[in-house]
Design a protein around this ligand. Structure first.
Ligand code: BV8
Ligand code: ZN
Length: 283
């Protein structure tokens, strides 16, 4: 693993947050697209490339876009899923996994659910990639679904989709791969034979999965620390979740190289990247 440059954040503040991390028994990590930026996955703020450069992610991540041009939207998701599969978790993902494993070995202090319940790190992510899981983290909530889940638009039957071998000759995420994915149309559902498959993603204008939302909300009401990593805090209702932790009296730490919609509300701001700051907090 390459030597991680020490983050350019105030050492005193870093030391203070390190103590919060060491003392926390029920922390929650809320992650956004910036968590995966150092793995080479573009964030929603990054400009789209190639075929999709004329669209914003918000325009493509809608049911309307899918119904208007199923091939375009389907190929965008295939291309993104293949890109994620070809990328690796970064030191930020790995630090979160170590933190969760460390807390898994803390004996259950018998705290009643009212007192917050057993110790443990909870991760709720807005991201649709599987990089947290591939770093070894159990993710409690995928608030916006997953690139690797698919279902029928009509009967909602879940389905598996073969995303194709990562052709050695074609670099996943490349323009070439982008053209290759263009040839795919959403397969037909094998159960009802009517509907076409769609990605198991929460599109704009769609409700978040109630179970994922409730689990994240409940964990934040009971947490003793919340670390918000790599989110611009623009997309609702996920962006309001850190406020639940604040309402519960927990410190909320923002890890982000830039100012966000949440900056003024949080209790601690660490202006650095996930891959730099998280290992410096956890190890
Ligand atoms: C809902 C899956 C209603 C898709 C996503 C008009 C019409 C309809 C709805 C709305 C509307 N106006 C507002 C809304 C609500 C809308 C919304 O919030 N829109 C925004 C644009 C204003 N929300 C919705 O539509 C939600 N549903 O409201 O439904 C309803 C209610 C009840 C019943 C029925 C219906 C659904 C929102 C979910 C949409 N799906 N993802 C896909 O992936 O294809 S959201 C998607 O965008 C991501 O998942 C993520 O959540 C969001 C992007 O935000 P971030 O993760 O923050 O990423 P971003 O690029 O913005 O920022 C990256 C950050 O990382 C930056 O701060 C950067 O500085 C930082 N960073 C960069 N590098 C690093 C780093 N940080 C750390 N380390 C680094 N190395
Ligand atoms: Zn079906």
């Amino acid at each position: 693993m390459s030597e991680i440059p020490t983050p350019a954040v105030d050492p005193g503040l870093l030391a203070e947050v390190r103590e919060l991390v060491a003392a926390a028994r029920r922390p929650v990590v809320l992650s956004g697209a910036g968590m995966s930026a150092e793995s080479g996955i573009p964030t929603f703020r990054d400009a789209q490339t190639g075929l999709w450069e004329r669209f914003s992610a918000e325009q493509l991540a809608t049911e309307e876009a899918f119904l208007a041009d199923p091939k375009l939207v389907w190929s965008w998701y295939r291309w993104r899923a293949r890109m994620v599969r070809a990328r690796q978790p970064n030191p930020g993902h790995e630090a979160v996994a170590r933190w969760q494993q460390r807390l898994d070995s803390v004996p259950d202090d018998g705290s009643s659910p009212e007192a917050g319940g057993a110790p443990g790190l909870v991760v709720a992510t807005q991201n649709v990639d599987d990089l947290h899981e591939r770093a070894g983290t159990r993710v409690l909530s995928h608030l916006h679904g997953s690139l690797f889940e698919f279902r029928c638009v009509l009967c909602s039957t879940p389905a598996d989709v073969d995303l194709g071998e990562l052709d050695q000759g074609v670099e996943a995420g490349s323009e070439e791969d982008l053209e290759a994915q263009r040839l795919h149309t959403p397969p037909r559902c094998e159960v009802c034979g009517e509907g076409r498959l769609r990605p198991g993603i929460v599109w704009f204008g769609e409700m978040l999965p109630p179970a994922a939302w409730d689990r994240a909300y409940d964990a934040l009401e009971r947490c003793d620390l919340c670390v918000v990593v790599g989110t611009s805090g623009l997309v609702q209702p996920a962006a309001s979740l850190p406020l639940v932790a604040l309402g519960a009296g927990a410190p909320v730490v923002e890890v982000n190289p830039d100012q966000t919609e949440l900056t003024d509300a949080v209790t601690h701001v660490l202006r650095g990247t996930a891959g730099q700051v998280l290992p410096a907090l956890v190890d």
